[in-house]
Design a protein around this ligand. Structure first.
Ligand code: SF4
Length: 494
């Protein structure tokens, strides 16, 4: 196919992006009203969580593996420049072409140039978070190149004009009946239609996707992938997936372009052994990954003959400069933290306003994008700090500590800005600074408590506190202070 000016993907104009999204509480409140989504999320996260717990429980050396994974990643981050240069040298030696991209715009420009050089107007893609992060599909669409997602869940998201809501299961918020409708209504516009009489039985849905995608795989001249790991001492890229779509993308087309975040490097081939145990168990709850594809440059007469690797920074060196925040770059995108998070389970992935939802998104997104927007300022607060994410993280990322660190950063950045919360905090600081003031305030509060009689909750508070009290039960003040109780009962002895 030749490049055309009009976009060959009829869905292009309806593709939503994350730009300009409102802050987390607004998005979460909207999501909480979607009962079907909450039911889907609860079922899916609890199922994966239980599978993970079972296979992790089988491993006597799980903690040692976690420590090893964290140490390996920390070693990479401490000497990232050295490992990246080693990776580049090995990739070039193996016949691949390496490109460096400072940011999303540069990465997209490089990829567009490579696709246009092949004279095609469509590419197939294996699920890649890095390409979602840089909004590659949208950039390709702007120049008339259709990007076909081939991961089943990504296909559902793309056909449904939707956004991914989970790292591993991007369509986790969709039920079987919804998927059937999406396939019925949208497949025909972009390729082979869904079979007549297709039900919402999983086998039939999977078969419809398989048939729809097969013609795209066989036609595509260019594929775009990410990589789970990039091994510095061999120049090998590794992709883990569960459906075989990745294997098709990575082997059938003539040209393969892999967009890889610079933190994906592992020092040695031996290091991969640790992560091949940590990742499948933590992500899908499987002992072994179903489809693992590895390639070291092009192989004569076999698979893609033009192999390009685009190494993307896009804020990662900024994250690296923060001693507390840099541990976020250890993340291997397993999604275990999402599946145990009580906030994610209820709010769903869209509320996080990024391709990185859940606890890791709450720390990674504000670091990569900065805290300039309402959504990015609110993300560090999208947590109860229960610590479940740290407990399951295969590379021991201390997400609660990072959340607190980022909250401090957000507060510091807005110090001096007056709003209802800062005014309330100032009033509290003034009251707590003087014992007599505090006692007066406490006596006033207990008087209020007595006047409210048997009520246990204040209900909705008017004015600036209405947003806060609208989502919480505010208890009525006690009828006596601790000091009053102490003196009345002689410290509990009467
Ligand atoms: S932070 Fe840890 S648990 Fe969460 S996705 Fe990354 S590696 Fe997995």
């Amino acid at each position: 196919m030749t490049t055309t000016s009009s976009n060959p993907n009829p869905l292009a104009d309806t593709m939503p992006t994350f730009i300009g999204m409102p802050k987390f509480p607004t998005m979460a409140k909207e999501a909480l009203g979607n009962t079907q989504q909450r039911r889907n999320l609860q079922h899916a996260t609890h199922t994966i969580r239980a599978k993970r717990a079972a296979v992790v429980g089988e491993m006597n050396d799980w903690e040692a593996l976690r420590r090893n994974g964290a140490d390996t990643k920390d070693e990479v981050l401490a000497h990232l420049d050295t490992y990246l240069e080693q990776l580049e040298a090995k990739l070039v030696e193996s016949g691949a072409t390496v490109h460096w991209a400072r940011d999303a715009e540069e990465a997209n420009r490089i990829v567009i140039g490579l696709v246009q050089a092949e004279g095609v107007d469509e590419v197939v893609k294996v699920k890649s978070m890095a390409t979602q992060e840089i909004e590659l599909n949208e950039a390709l669409e702007e120049v008339g190149i259709a990007a076909w997602e081939t991961d089943l869940a990504e296909l559902i998201v793309q056909l449904g004009d939707d956004r991914p809501s989970h790292i591993l299961v991007p369509a986790i918020h969709r039920g079987r009946a919804e998927i059937r409708e999406i396939f019925r209504n949208k497949m025909a516009a972009v390729g082979r239609p869904a079979p007549e009489g297709m039900t919402d039985e999983p086998r039939q849905l999977a078969e419809a996707a398989r048939l729809h995608l097969r013609e795209k795989f066989l036609r595509a001249k260019v594929a775009i992938s990410g990589a789970n790991f990039a091994i510095a001492d061999t120049g090998t890229l590794v992709v883990l997936e569960s459906e075989g779509n990745g294997r098709m993308c990575l082997t059938l087309p003539e040209t393969l372009i892999s967009v890889v975040g610079i933190e994906k490097v592992l020092p040695t081939w031996e290091d991969l052994g640790t992560f091949m145990q940590l990742l499948p168990r933590s992500s899908t709850g499987e002992r072994m990954n179903p489809y693992t594809t590895m390639w070291t440059g092009p192989a004569a007469g076999d698979g893609p003959q033009n192999v390009h690797v685009v190494l993307v920074d896009n804020g990662r060196t900024h994250v690296l400069a923060d001693e507390v925040g840099r541990q976020g770059l250890r993340c291997i995108r397993c999604s275990a933290c999402l599946n145990v998070c009580p906030v994610y389970e209820r709010a769903g992935g869209h509320a996080y306003g990024s391709v990185y939802p859940g606890p890791i998104g709450a720390v990674l997104t504000p670091q990569l994008r900065g805290t300039g927007s309402a959504i990015d300022q609110s993300l560090p607060y999208a947590s109860s700090l229960c610590g479940a994410c740290f407990e399951v993280c295969p590379v021991r990322i201390d997400i609660p500590r990072m959340l607190v660190h980022l909250r401090t950063q957000v507060v510091d950045e807005h110090r001096g800005t007056r709003n209802a919360e800062s005014s309330a905090m100032q009033a509290m600081a003034w009251m707590f600074a003087d014992n007599r003031r505090l006692q007066k305030a406490q006596r006033a509060a207990t008087l209020g408590g007595k006047l409210l009689g048997k009520r246990t909750s204040l209900g909705a508070i008017p004015g600036p506190a209405s947003a806060w009290s609208g989502a919480r039960d505010v208890p009525v003040p006690p009828k006596e202070t601790f000091r009053q109780w102490w003196s009345r009962t002689d410290g509990g002895r009467r």
